[in-house]
Design a binder for this molecule. Structure first.
Ligand SMILES: CC(C)(COP(=O)(O)OP(=O)(O)OC[C@H]1O[C@@H](n2cnc3c(N)ncnc32)[C@H](O)[C@@H]1OP(=O)(O)O)[C@@H](O)C(=O)NCCC(=O)NCCS
Length: 156
């Protein structure tokens, strides 16, 4: 049986950029937030199979900036483990609220809601304004960002 991954915290300079770029394909945006973020990686059999980055927003709010699992390791519960770890780590750091922004359609929106996030607002045309290239998924141009949030730590 495949062993469960181990979650470790890394200095931002050692974050697996290739994985984080799966969640947000903009290197410029990654470079802008990464130095101030806390980064976590999921390791299995010596390989890094998942990563995420979370940023303090001020006060007791944090934002999950990116979370990604290597394509060959997806749908094995690694994203869920990473997310639970981030929720526990930010709660231990005094967080009361965790925010995330994601596309307006697709399984990612369901993934976050499955983990207790509720929709708060829609940032219309976010992906049009902030990305030079059109992002197309399932044949649909991604335009709008859905903003979600949940309290931490309550049950995941
Ligand atoms: C979103 C992501 C981090 C989830 O990590 P994961 O390890 O695959 O997630 P888990 O195994 O914990 O949960 C899987 C559930 O998410 C959904 N899911 C994950 N990948 C999916 C896919 N490619 N297609 C459809 N549903 C998917 C399913 O509901 C799945 O449950 P199921 O396998 O029982 O049907 C991962 O799929 C990923 O890296 N995606 C690409 C990057 C990305 O989009 N990041 C989020 C940016 S907003």
């Amino acid at each position: 049986m495949t062993p469960p991954p181990r979650i470790v915290e890394l200095p931002p300079a050692e974050a697996p950029r290739d994985l984080l770029l799966l969640a947000d394909p903009s290197p410029a945006r990654l470079d802008a937030y990464l130095p101030a973020a806390r980064c976590f990686a999921a390791r299995r059999d010596g390989a890094t199979v998942g990563a995420c980055a979370v940023m303090p927003l001020g006060g007791d709010s944090f934002e999950l900036m990116s979370i990604a699992v290597a394509p060959e390791a997806q749908r094995q519960g690694i994203g869920t483990r990473l997310l639970r770890h981030v929720i526990a780590a930010t709660a231990a750091a005094g967080a009361k609220r965790l925010e995330v922004g994601t596309g307006s359609f697709g399984y990612q929106l369901a993934f976050y809601q499955r983990h207790g996030f509720r929709i708060e607002s829609v940032d219309r045309d976010f992906f049009v304004r902030n990305y030079p290239e059109a992002i197309v998924e399932d044949g649909i141009r991604l335009r709008d960002m859905v903003r979600l949030a949940r309290t931490v730590p309550p049950e995941t």
